[in-house]
Write a protein that binds this ligand. Structure first.
Ligand code: ATP
Ligand code: MN
Ligand code: MN
Length: 383
């Protein structure tokens, strides 16, 4: 038998946070198929199954070579039986009948349609499906009660499901930065989420706000929102107050939710990007929007989802790490901390459960050091 290429012999680490996962990789057809299966499982409420497909997709994204035969995966972790079957089908036929069947199914398509409404999760979408609803128009027809978030989501459905481009994200960051500096000179605004991982587009804009002198950040978000609102930038916003009891409260670190919850003051919003182009912000964004619209005023503005988070400076590296994602990367980082290091990691800090001490950090690099992990760049966290 021909020798395996050398690069295939390297051991693949079991945790996502021990691997480098670039945005562009060699197994896109396979990972798309597995991610469809993960999504379908999530739509069915089978989170365990969903996670299994998702982990299999993640590991394939980290391979520096293209999978050509199923045997190549024998030493690769996280690829379960069902995932292997899908991969085999894809390798043999160039497509998987099972995946195609999912993609065509009425349930999958309807769940996809409904969960793409801002504020609608699997649970609600599923209820609507059970009731026989199939289209967005059906929601009105059946006079479904929607909360304010969902109403905004439905109203701006098209825009919010049009990818946000990097220049738009940067233009919005700049608008927020201006408002922040107006209130509190020295405060900073950091673009995080998928854009920080090098994605050219995303579903929203994630911004972290902090101030280098601890305490100065308090109340900043609220005031920024009111400025942005008065400037006409906000189509929708809902603020979640800071609910952090105290980092010293051990319950925060020992409970099951300790690593999923995040207690920062946070605002989920929908920006009105048209005013950006119309105002004197200048910059590439505004020019590009102006130049690319040839037909009608309707295309002159766009609704964009923006997440704004206020964080104390001492917690900033943890918040940055937590909000950069990807979700799969974060999940494994926390799982690794807990099971391999007996530590709880969340967006507020890192706590050693046995020594009962906090491990402070001034940068993401230091957090990886505390965990005994090699530093993984944001661009390598696209799991
Ligand atoms: P996209 O480009 O599609 O927006 P993304 O990776 O930026 O992809 P988001 O849903 O915006 O995805 O989430 C970014 C990160 O923010 C995630 O990794 C997640 O851990 C974190 N995050 C999102 N929502 C919350 C929340 N409510 N509490 C804590 N962390 C959150
Ligand atoms: Mn995002
Ligand atoms: Mn987000």
């Amino acid at each position: 038998a021909p020798a395996e290429p050398l690069e295939e012999k390297g051991q693949v680490a079991p945790y996502i946070c021990q691997r480098r996962t670039p945005l562009l990789h060699h197994n896109t057809a396979l990972t798309d198929a597995l991610e469809t299966m993960a999504e379908e499982a999530r739509f069915c409420g089978s989170d365990v199954r969903s996670l299994a497909f998702s982990r299999a997709a993640s590991v394939l994204k980290s391979l520096p070579w293209r999978v050509k035969r199923i045997q190549q995966l024998h030493t690769v972790p996280c690829v379960g039986e069902h995932s292997q079957r899908i991969i085999q089908e894809m390798l043999e036929d160039g497509m998987s009948a099972e995946v195609e069947q999912v993609r065509q199914s009425e349930r999958y398509r309807t769940m996809k349609l409904f969960t793409k409404i801002f504020g609608v999760g699997v649970k609600i979408a599923s209820q609507w499906y059970q009731r026989g609803l199939r289209t967005l128009a059906d929601l009105q027809l059946h006079q479904i009660k929607l909360n304010l978030e969902q109403q905004a989501g439905l109203l701006h459905y098209e825009d919010l499901n049009t990818p946000v481009e990097l220049w738009e994200a940067e233009a919005i960051s700049q608008v927020v930065r201006k408002a922040v500096e107006q209130i509190s000179p020295g405060a900073t605004v950091t673009l995080t989420g998928g854009f920080r991982r090098g994605k050219p587009c995303g579903h929203d804009v994630d911004l972290l706000i902090t101030h280098p002198s601890e305490g100065q950040e308090m109340g900043l978000l609220c005031r920024v929102i009111s400025i942005l609102d008065s400037q006409g930038f906000l189509l929708y916003h809902s603020t979640h107050r800071n609910s952090l009891p105290s980092l010293e409260d051990e319950e925060l670190w020992v409970s099951d939710h300790s690593s999923t919850m995040d207690h920062f003051e946070r605002c989920l919003s929908i920006f009105h990007l048209g005013d950006l182009a119309g105002s004197n912000q200048g910059g590439a964004g505004a020019q590009k929007l102006g130049a690319s619209t040839g037909s009608g005023a309707s295309s002159l503005w766009k609704a964009v989802r923006v997440d704004l988070v206020e964080t104390p400076y001492s917690q900033f590296p943890f918040a940055l790490l937590g909000w950069t994602g990807s979700r799969n990367f974060e999940r494994d980082l926390r799982r690794f901390s807990k099971h391999e290091k007996k530590m709880t990691l969340n967006s507020h800090g890192l706590y050693h459960l046995e020594q009962k001490i906090f491990l402070p950090a001034a940068s993401e690099e230091e957090i990886f050091q505390h965990l005994g992990l090699e530093y993984i760049l944001p661009e390598e966290r696209n799991a």
